[in-house]
Design a protein around this ligand. Sequence first.
Ligand SMILES: [Zn+2]
Length: 301
Amino acid sequence: MNHKHLICLVLILLSLPGHAALRVLACEPEWGALAQELGGPAVEVAVATTALQDPHQIQAKPSLIARARNADLVVCTGAELEVGWLPVLLQQSGNARVQAGQPGHFAAADFVRKLDVPSQLDRSQGDVHAAGNPHIQTDPRNIALVATALTQRLQQLDASHAADYAQRGADFSRRWQQAMQRWATQGAPLRGVPVVSQHKAFVYLYDWLGLKEVAVLEPKPGVEATASHLQSVQGALKATPARMVLYAAYQDPRSSEWLSRNAGVPAVKIAFTVGGTEGARDLFGLFDDTLARLLAAGAAR
Ligand SMILES: [Zn+2]
């Protein structure tokens, strides 16, 4: 066989169904990790952002557009988290399969109950979170709901591996339920603990653990706290004390650190997604690490 024939043979093999992995482009690391857990060797996962990038604001760079062009499935948060960059990215990709409404477009937030849905839309209240709070990944119960829906989507798009996806989905679900029981036990002392958030990033975490948000440092979602706003929060905490202030790993911690110094409460960095801290190596580590940090801060007085 000469080289030309060999190349033809390779091309034929590559084009046969079942040989090529399903190409997944995840908008955020948590969905990339989940797609990898559920897809195993049947998927090839690329992630558009890192844990240290603000997922509200990403540039649709040429390398990202190239990834979107080749993707079979785009897995994003939805709920307008990526409204500032994903529509542009998908449009520029020219990939009809991953446009909104297509089976190749998966929005995780469609499969959970959303919190903070405004009763009336007022863009003057900040330019994000109009469709409800999009930061759903901070509650492991949401991860479980999204996992079920994503397994079904993988089966729909790649029927040749449907049985593999079913098996991996069941295995993940079993391990996740066990972990959630452990986390619920560990997190019990956090119930009712008053906290301050830098950004409204943790409403689902609080809903799950029973933490009580008494103040937010950003005057509006996505708007950096001013000195006067910080001082008013500090003043309010005298009447309604908090035990800690939380910020996400991607955020500049200055306002949390200011409050920590001036109100005498620990500032707690939350991984927020896979890779945000050293302990958050995968989805399980994300919640192990988050709980460990909250418990350490809650016990520190
Ligand atoms: Zn946000």
